[in-house]
Write a protein that binds this ligand. Structure first.
Ligand code: KG4
Ligand code: ZN
Length: 343
């Protein structure tokens, strides 16, 4: 059972995903069914619509992952699914499906934390980081710095007090009239703008802790937008996007470097949807080179939500006999095993 591939399932927000991963390291197949088109017209994820779409997609997505992998059900060694945090109605679709699947096939089952799952995407890279390392997880719902001692021991060093970095990107995009999900759109516009033209605040940059706050920079953009003539705003979007992106990336990178220094770690990593950001990827490389550190940056396909990262982490839970009972429940809010670390 130990070395057989794991089926991973992810449905915490608006992506229905399934993947087959071997040895916790090798992606055999990975399928993601995206709901962007459904939520786009509402400017954000509508939870009820998301869970309905997961219901429609889950069986098809799991079948596609098995087919793409070219394996039979009898070859699977276990099932892993995201247990939380996320939208409960969405989580329950994948989580319940996975439990039923494990029960029917008599397979070990592991409920996996979505945030730790994002960090586990780093172990699917050709050259994964060695332990220990510090990692920034920046997604739509969370911004956290982890000290990763092993795949099953991730300590939270700090997190955001208000908006997550991805959430700030999405809200600023909305202010500028850009389509949801806005992070990618802001990134595209920022490439054409001048990051020095408009300076936005960098909250907590002067503080020695590892906490973040992004509501201030979002409000500063809102104020700036209000003060502009409507007709001129369109032509200013690239510079606003570039100035905003630079402010967010500055804080993210500085805090990660500080974390590496504090823990005396030579390796830094990024993960989560915001890790797809062009400027963040560039800055992490530059900062690592300047400070004699090694940067680990996952490929774009592993930054956003996917089930390969869930299967990778699930593999280690199952091998360590950290199984989840079939009456286990999903959870909506971050619930770290090392919750004592959270202030
Ligand atoms: O990890 P993820 O796919 O889902 C969550 O767990 O939340 O992250 C989604 C977030 C969204 O806020 C999205 O706007 C942001 O990642 N994002 C980006 C980029 N691509 C996605 N933010 C900045 N630049 C990007 N290129
Ligand atoms: Zn995510």
């Amino acid at each position: 059972m130990k070395n057989r591939p794991i089926l991973g399932i992810e449905s915490s927000c608006d992506d229905t995903a399934a993947a087959i991963v071997a040895d916790g390291r090798t992606i055999v197949s990975s399928v993601v069914s995206n709901q962007e088109k459904i939520h786009c017209k509402y400017g954000g994820v509508v939870p009820e619509l998301a869970s309905r779409k997961h219901m429609e997609s889950i069986t098809l997505v799991v079948e596609a992952a098995l087919e793409e992998a070219g394996i039979t059900l009898a070859e699977l060694g276990g099932v892993a699914a995201t247990m939380g945090p996320g939208l409960v109605g969405s989580l329950l679709v994948g989580f319940s499906f996975a439990k039923a699947f494990a029960y029917a096939r008599n397979l070990p089952f592991a409920g996996v934390d979505h945030l730790e799952g994002h960090i586990s995407s780093l172990f699917l890279m050709d050259n994964p980081p060695e332990f220990p390392f510090v990692a920034l997880l920046a997604s739509g719902g969370h911004t956290i710095i982890f000290y990763v001692k092993s795949i099953l021991e991730m300590e939270v060093m700090g997190q955001t007090r208000d908006d997550a970095a991805g959430e700030a990107f999405d809200k600023v995009a909305k202010l500028l009239g850009l389509e949801y999900p806005g992070g990618r759109r802001i990134d595209e516009f920022a490439e054409k703008g001048d990051p020095k033209k408009i300076k936005f605040p960098r909250t907590f940059l002067d503080k020695t802790g590892f906490e973040f706050s992004f509501s201030g920079v979002k409000t500063a953009v809102a104020r700036f937008v209000e003060q502009q003539e409507k007709e001129q705003l369109n032509s200013m979007i690239p510079d606003i996007a570039a100035g905003f992106r630079e402010a967010v990336v500055d804080v993210l990178c500085s805090k990660l470097l500080l974390a590496a220094k504090t823990k005396n770690c030579k390796q830094i990593a990024i993960a989560g949807g915001v890790a797809a950001n062009k400027r963040l990827r560039e800055r992490i490389e530059q900062d690592a080179a300047k400070n004699n550190l090694t940067a680990y940056i996952p490929p774009i396909s592993l930054c956003g939500d996917n089930a390969a990262m869930i299967a990778a982490l699930g593999f280690h839970h199952i091998n360590a006999s950290q199984l989840t009972s079939l009456d286990g429940d999903a959870y909506s809010r971050a619930s770290f095993r090392n919750a004592a670390q959270l202030k």
